[in-house]
Ligand binder design. Structure first.
Ligand SMILES: NC(=O)c1ccc[n+]([C@@H]2O[C@H](COP(=O)([O-])OP(=O)(O)OC[C@H]3O[C@@H](n4cnc5c(N)ncnc54)[C@H](OP(=O)(O)O)[C@@H]3O)[C@@H](O)[C@H]2O)c1
Length: 346
């Protein structure tokens, strides 16, 4: 499998990463997945055999159970993979059991290391932005973890472009570790990241790790059948947000493109489209079952053509908002858009 450097760093990651949000199944994560140790072991072996080197989890996934399962499974394979996890969400009821204070980051990192049964985390990501804590405090705490050898690289997730940019500027001013990656939601269904988050990442050489690449399974096309088994997208109630004229046009196109590539599936086409976007380092695939995992891993072995990409761009485009539309109409010669396919609002 192809590997890419993650942002401005020496860390190389496989273009498909395996997301472990389906491991466990506690509380609100029950509808996401209930993969336990034996199945997890098989799935991780399948992913590694296919060339995946990056495994992504978070402390909050099933309240620590996803990390625990990974810790039980990893064993001798620890050196073959990169472990990415996250901090931010509430892991208890105390004042310092959540957010990005020095207190919580250091305690949460120790807890993650214990659950993961490892001495180091390869990529430690802040799961969200914390507007209540001085960003210098967060960045210093993360830097201390790197100096202590507990964390090797740091990244962020779900940040606005200005939040990422400000964090990078402060890291540079203070000589601290900088974020090498941002984990963002991005798919043919959800393209909001293109106007602001992705360009901010490209400008600062921060690699994008993509979450929900299949829009929680919608882009596999299975929701068009009346007899699909209950899924997470049913449980979340978001199916109605996706399944409109635009959504169905995208599914039709995915079917047509898949039909032109022997053995390809619509979901693989959707993942493939993401692998060609500017600034994308790796797409984090999620899978409730082994069959789903095998299917998604199949996206790594072939590429869609420029014409197919252009057709998907057009079918999934949404009207631009301000100030992107202003840029496109009036200042394009001074600010060439990174994403040239977007259609301006009439
Ligand atoms: N940073 C963040 O805030 C954040 C947020 C969310 C996720 N993530 C990360 O991103 C990873 C992937 O996100 P995601 O799970 O939302 O990705 P996704 O690819 O959009 O959705 C995965 C779900 O779609 C269905 N599916 C996947 N492949 C399929 C296939 N081949 N055929 C039929 N159904 C299929 C399965 O659910 P059903 O069987 O229920 O349909 C599966 O659990 C997570 O594991 C996590 O590591 C990060």
């Amino acid at each position: 499998m192809e590997k890419r450097f993650l942002g401005r760093s020496g860390l190389q990651v496989s273009t498909l990463a395996f997301g472990l949000m389906t491991f466990g199944g506690t509380g609100r994560f029950e509808s996401v997945g209930t993969t336990e140790v034996d199945d997890a072991r098989r799935q991780i072996d399948i992913a590694i055999d296919a060339g995946v080197t990056l495994l992504d989890t978070a402390d909050i996934y099933s309240m620590g159970r996803s990390e625990e399962i990974l810790g039980e499974v990893l064993g001798e394979k620890r050196n073959e993979v990169l472990v990415a996890t996250k901090v931010f969400a509430a892991m208890g009821r105390g004042d310092h059991d959540r957010g990005l204070s020095r207190h919580h980051i250091i305690a949460a990192c120790e807890d993650s290391l214990r659950r993961l049964k490892t001495d180091w985390i390869d990529l430690y990501q802040v799961h969200n932005f914390d507007g209540l804590v001085p960003i210098e405090e967060t960045l210093r705490a993360l830097d201390d973890l790197v100096r202590a050898g507990k964390v090797r690289y740091i990244g962020c997730s779900n940040h606005f472009g200005w939040e990422l940019t400000r964090a990078q500027a402060i890291s540079e001013r203070l000589g601290l570790e900088r974020y090498i990656s941002q984990q963002i939601q991005y798919s043919l269904m959800v393209r909001d990241a293109e106007t602001e988050m992705l360009p901010a990442g490209v400008a600062q050489d921060v690699g994008a790790l993509i979450w929900s690449p299949l829009a929680q399974g919608y882009l596999t096309g299975k929701f068009r059948s009346d007899n699909h088994s209950p899924t997470r997208l049913d449980a979340s109630g978001r199916l109605k947000d996706y399944d409109d004229e635009r959504g169905r046009a995208i599914l039709t196109l995915l079917d047509e493109i898949a039909a032109g590539h022997p053995g390809a599936t619509p979901g693989q086409v959707a993942i493939n489209w993401l692998l060609g976007r500017p600034g994308v380092s790796s797409v984090i695939i999620g899978a409730r079952t082994e069959t789903q995992l095998q299917d998604n891993l199949g996206a790594a072995n072939w590429r869609i053509s420029p014409d197919e990409i252009a057709a998907l761009d057009a079918a999934s485009a949404k009207p631009l908002g301000y100030p992107a539309v202003q840029r496109l109409f009036f200042q394009q010669d001074r600010n060439p858009p990174i994403f040239t396919h977007v259609t301006p609002k009439e």
